[in-house]
Design a protein around this ligand. Structure first.
Ligand code: FDA
Ligand code: NAD
Length: 431
């Protein structure tokens, strides 16, 4: 069993990790000082591609085409890139224990790795329907989508489904549900999308906004089943054939994709650093992304960090790449430069489906929506107004300048005029 030690260790090989390594190198970390450790078989990549271009029937995205940091406009970081820079990138290495006192990680193989400063970037994993005890949830033919191995399995299943009944069921009306349903439909599959809420993406879309996307999906031939809970899966020879809904309705398909949320991978530090016990959970960090142990930082999906602006004033986790990129750079800066200011993060979400694309900045919590624009022209949005101020801004079909204007509205939180709805985009553009 080997033992090695490094000045800096990044644990996790996902989106945030790639940006952390990049920042260490930009700041002049020497050869052999930095190790990145991941259980994945490939170095960090831009995970969002998996539910989008990875599923395209023509010219799909494939590695090494989307290693980090291409999404942030940087060089692609494949294994040889890390090697040339003197980073010890350990693939296929699952860490089973962290000893925060001894500052040592133990790998499944028994190897031990010591650090002076550790950045935890273990991200999140899917919530499995078996976690809820859903009958038949362990049948083959149910797919979750978190990493490139999952995505390859799904692509193969799409190919197989085409040779059979050509039918797919998607469970969940959030990001994975909407994006994969679009991907499967593009592949020519007959898709049914099942979700418990009244409408798609209920936590962000207003009913008026959801109506647009639901019509768009229906026009593409996707069957939507809102208000529907999958309570059981039936199968033949151990492979799923049927999704049973609470209503008793049965939906037959060759494959089922499940996207019912994610939960943070916090277990390695449990009992060793402070955790956010309330929902959404996570490893508690301060505004330098530092945990209650001064030698351990946490970034990306796993970190619950304070947002003390934008009327939020609480610990939040953000399961989105913008936070991965920014928190990674910030944590590295905080480690290497004591003058690093507090982390200032504006919540930002986006999705791309078919020829559509929306962005959202700020918050919709406790705010009233004001719709603007024209859904038929695929250019519309919603301002979210709280205590007379714009606190959130959603836009479908925006140009870069228009999206920047919406971002500015969320950052500056201007007073909302009476005619905000009729002013629409022009209001943000004038700020
Ligand atoms: P991430 O989950 O990316 O990486 C964690 C890493 O840690 C993995 O490599 C994992 O294997 C490793 N790891 C965990 N435990 C370990 C252990 N014990 N030992 C070794 N390694 C371990 N966001 C967005 O803003 N826009 C978008 O369009 C999308 N699209 C999207 C599509 C799909 C399919 C998914 C799954 C997610 C998105 N997201 C997104 C969310 C975004 O990808 C997510 O926020 C980041 O991947 C989180 O990055 P992290 O590095 O924090 O975790
Ligand atoms: P999500 O939270 O976006 O959506 C979960 C959905 O699951 C809910 O909207 C609901 O419809 C459904 N659901 C919840 N409980 C259910 C149950 N018991 N039975 C059936 N349905 C249930 O999570 P997700 O779509 O699974 O995404 C997983 C992760 O991937 C998240 O971190 C997300 O941010 C990330 N992701 C982000 C993007 C993006 O930002 N564009 C794209 C894909 C994935």
């Amino acid at each position: 069993m080997a033992a090695s030690n490094y000045k800096y260790v990044v644990l996790g090989g996902g989106n945030a990790s790639g940006y952390a390594a990049d920042e260490f190198l930009k700041r002049g970390v020497g050869k052999g000082e930095l190790a990145v450790i991941t259980e994945e078989p490939v170095p960090a990549y831009e995970r969002p591609a998996l539910s989008k271009a990875y599923l395209f029937p023509d010219k799909p995205a494939r590695l090494p085409g989307f290693h980090t940091t291409v999404g942030g406009g940087g060089e692609k970081h494949d294994l040889s890139w890390y090697g040339e820079k003197g980073v010890d990138y350990k693939l296929n290495t699952k860490i089973t224990a962290v000893d925060a006192k001894a500052k040592t990680l133990t790998a499944e193989s028994g190897d031990s790795i010591s650090y002076e400063k550790l950045i935890l970037a273990t991200g999140a994993r899917p919530i499995y329907l078996s976690d809820f005890g859903t009958k038949g949830a362990d049948l083959k033919g149910l797919y979750y989508l978190r990493n490139v191995v999952d995505a390859d399995a799904l692509v193969a299943a799409i190919g197989e489904a085409k040779k059979k009944s050509n039918k797919a069921t998607v469970i969940g009306g959030g990001y994975i549900g909407m994006e994969t349903a679009a991907g499967l439909n593009k592949n020519g599959l007959d898709v049914t999308l099942v979700f418990p809420e009244k409408h798609l993406m209920e936590r962000l879309f207003t009913p008026e906004v959801a109506q647009f996307y639901e019509k768009y999906y229906t026009d593409k031939g996707i069957t939507l089943k809102s208000g529907s809970l999958a309570t059981e899966f039936e199968g033949k020879d151990g492979v799923v054939t049927t999704t049973v809904l609470k209503s008793g309705e049965k939906i037959e398909s060759d494959l089922v994709v499940v996207g019912v949320g994610a939960k943070p991978n916090i277990e390695l530090l449990k009992g060793q650093v402070d955790m956010l016990e309330d929902k959404p959970g996570g490893v508690k960090v301060n505004s330098k992304l530092q945990t209650s142990n001064p030698d351990i930082y946490a970034i990306g999906d796993v970190a619950a960090f304070p947002i003390n602006k934008y009327g939020l004033n609480k610990l939040m986790r953000q399961e989105h790449v913008a936070n991965c990129r920014q928190s990674a750079k910030h944590a590295v800066s905080a480690i290497m430069d004591p003058a690093t200011p507090d982390y200032d993060y504006l919540p930002f979400f986006y999705s791309r489906i078919f020829d559509l694309g929306w962005q959202f900045y700020g918050t919709n919590e406790g705010a009233s929506p004001v719709f603007f624009g024209d859904a038929s022209s695929k250019k519309f949005g919603t301002y979210f107004v709280k205590d007379g101020k714009v606190v959130g801004a959603f836009l479908e079909g925006g140009s870069n300048e228009e999206n920047d204007a919406m971002k500015k509205a969320a950052v500056t939180q201007p007073s909302a005029p009476e005619n905000l709805g009729s002013e629409g985009l022009a209001f943000a553009s004038k700020l």
